[in-house]
Design a protein around this ligand. Structure first.
Ligand SMILES: Nc1ncnc2c1ncn2[C@@H]1O[C@H](COP(=O)(O)OP(=O)(O)OP(=O)(O)O)[C@@H](O)[C@H]1O
Ligand SMILES: [Mg+2]
Length: 361
């Protein structure tokens, strides 16, 4: 369980009437933070917690327009801002993903294929973070964005092999990778992500077709032997254009709260609407707080998935038993499902509630 430093709870309030009292009295009266402010501070502590390892967060829902790209970018912004960088947002749509279009900084114009072209050099002993920066778009939030394939003439598609090489490079230079995914759960790159992910994030609206597609995806992941990924997942709900009937809302909330580990609601935000580039610094306060809660849920789940420290690993086999580097780069098999120290039903450190509503609600 995460233990927050005492100052998080005891430092005087900044929000609401408590904060106003403190300011009006010049700090003579210093009320403690209210429940909502204290919960937000704890969520920030959760986002910053020790996680260990190079981790992959897969954001997925095959239903088009369900909010996958927005959620991937907002989670990456929030994690990078609060954790101090070392986070990359990877657009793993097989072609023409929109993640890089939604970013604030859109240069350099390089994509996954350019990065793959530099694989041998970057994966070798002379590969440097500086060389790597030619392939990523650094954002003011300190997240770096890796754009998907945008070449209209290209015939090849990013598959599992390419993902293996990209994943290897990113894990060398970043501690956290947040991945936007496409709409075909049978595609090689999608399946590679599912088999490699430490945590799954499922963006939905409380609409029957969106929820059904997400439920179908969860079923197919279980059918692929990834039941821990499903039970440890975080569901992120954004408002639908039309609010659902109370009964539908209750049923869907209950379903995803039972099926996944944590459920977080985020509000509608003009800054995130219409598929336009998002300026993280301009999102609403309600939105910022809600995405901190969502990122806290992700960090809690990542912390619950065990990652072995290299000095505690069993020694590698003698050289003659190791696969050749050529074989490795030709077939970067999906990494096995993560260790699951505490999957599914595990309680969050911040709220200890299976349904975590955003503070903004
Ligand atoms: N919290 C939000 N507030 C306002 N608008 C939002 C929010 N989240 C998503 N949207 C909008 O919903 C639309 C769909 O979102 P997004 O592109 O993230 O979905 P997607 O699942 O990635 O879609 P695709 O299947 O096309 O890749 C976009 O126009 C986006 O701006
Ligand atoms: Mg998308």
């Amino acid at each position: 369980m995460l233990s927050a430093p005492p100052s998080v709870i005891t430092d005087p309030a900044n929000w609401g009437w408590r904060g106003r009292v403190r300011r009006l009295t010049g700090g003579l009266i210093k009320p403690k933070p209210g429940q909502v402010e204290a919960r937000h501070r704890l969520a920030e502590v959760a986002v910053r917690q020790y996680i260990g390892g190079a981790r992959l967060v897969m954001v997925a829902n095959p239903k088009g327009g369900s909010g996958v790209t927005t959620a991937a970018l907002m989670l990456a912004h929030t994690l990078a801002t609060l954790r101090g960088g070392s986070t990359v947002a990877w657009d793993n749509n097989e072609a023409r993903g929109t993640l890089a279009d939604r970013a604030e900084v859109t240069t350099p114009p390089t994509t996954v294929w350019h990065l793959l072209g530099a694989f041998e050099r970057l994966a070798g002993p002379s590969g440097s973070a500086g060389d790597m920066s030619h392939y990523l778009r650094s954002q003011p939030s300190r997240v770096d964005v890796l754009a998907s394939d945008v070449d209209v003439a290209r015939r090849e598609q990013i598959g599992a092999g390419e993902c293996g090489r990209l994943g290897l490079l990113l894990s060398r230079f970043y501690r956290l990778t947040v991945m936007d995914t496409g709409n075909n759960p049978r595609a090689g790159n999608w399946l590679w992500a599912a088999h490699s992910a430490d945590v799954l994030v499922v963006p939905i609206t409380l609409e029957v077709d969106v929820a059904q597609t997400a439920a179908f995806m969860l079923d197919s992941l279980v059918a692929h032997g990834l039941k821990d990924l499903v039970s440890g997942a975080v569901t992120v709900i954004r408002p639908a254009v039309t609010a659902p009937e109370a009964q539908v809302r209750a049923q869907l909330l209950e379903y995803f709260a039972a099926r996944t580990a944590l459920v977080v609601e985020v509000p509608f935000d003009d800054q995130l609407a219409g598929g336009k580039p998002m300026v993280y610094g301009r999102i609403s306060e309600a939105s910022r707080r809600a995405w901190v809660a969502a990122a806290a849920a992700v960090a809690d789940r990542l912390a619950a998935v065990h990652s072995t420290r290299p000095d505690q690993m069993t020694p590698p086999p003698p050289p003659q038993h190791r696969p050749s580097p050529q074989a490795q780069s030709r077939a970067p098999a999906p990494s096995p499902q993560h260790n699951t120290a505490d999957q599914g039903g595990g309680q969050a450190s911040v709220t200890a509630l299976p349904v975590r509503r955003s503070q903004a609600q």
